[in-house]
Design a protein around this ligand. Sequence first.
Ligand SMILES: NC(=O)c1ccc[n+]([C@@H]2O[C@H](COP(=O)([O-])OP(=O)(O)OC[C@H]3O[C@@H](n4cnc5c(N)ncnc54)[C@H](O)[C@@H]3O)[C@@H](O)[C@H]2O)c1
Length: 278
Amino acid sequence: MTSAAEPAGEGRVLHTPMTAVYPEFPGKVAVVTGAARGMGARFTSALAARGVHVVGGDINAGQMSATAGELNATLATQALHEQPGTVVGAGVDVTKADEHEALAQLALERFGRLDFWVNNAGIFPFALVDEITPEQINATLSVNVEGVLFGAQAAARHLGPGGAIVNMSSVSAIRVRRGRGAYCTSKAAVAHLTESLAVELGDKGIRVNAIAPGYIDTEMTRWVREDPAALRHALDTVPLHRLGSPEEVVGPLLFLLSDSARYVTGHSIAVDGGSRHV
Ligand SMILES: NC(=O)c1ccc[n+]([C@@H]2O[C@H](COP(=O)([O-])OP(=O)(O)OC[C@H]3O[C@@H](n4cnc5c(N)ncnc54)[C@H](O)[C@@H]3O)[C@@H](O)[C@H]2O)c1
């Protein structure tokens, strides 16, 4: 992997594209949830640029369709190592198990196989612990935890040996964030669920790992950029003193899906500038 150096600064993020080549990727097929924007869209783009066909699912079906169209158009103009994969967008609500199965069927109908599944969709609600309503905790656990479980169940039905699942956990799985009690709980559950899935799906030769990002600059964390006190706190408490970019989570995702990680399962990789230690 190579990347051009760029100085870190006040709230700066590094968007410089990185190059990582995985010869085993072209022709493989992935499902990525929450792919309309943010990290899911960036993961989709990075996989397709390496020859992987991607079915991207998002609850925002209109934005998902637009993102798929934009990614296909952009990939067609780029000088890539590989013939790019095709991106297909679909509406999905990850809280509905049958909608995951529909994503899997779409991938099989369009591309004839399924190799990777990325459980990326998530929500990040704010409520102090003494104010969390039953609706908020249920919605958070439903999207962030059941969404991962149902995705993994669909993947387990269709992935063969060598298949790989990556779940999005968070540094919040191990570090408390004020006002994010429901979210932290859900991401701790994702980290542990990843381990349970790895143990049981190992019987099928399927690997299951998680990524635990820190502050990554997306719509989900736009409030950090827009609140000077929150940005100062973030920069003070991240040992690398800057936010991360979606681009910087791509490398760990590709590694975990690739044959380079074929003996890695049940693991959470922190991509947090070191913030889990502070
Ligand atoms: N951004 C960060 O700093 C950060 C840090 C740690 C973990 N994460 C996790 O990474 C993942 C991606 O985060 P992001 O920053 O790109 O977020 P984002 O808000 O930019 O994107 C999340 C996507 O998920 C979709 N989504 C939400 N609910 C859904 C549902 N029920 N069904 C299908 N799609 C749904 C949204 O429409 C959106 O497109 C999330 O799981 C998030 O919790 C993010």
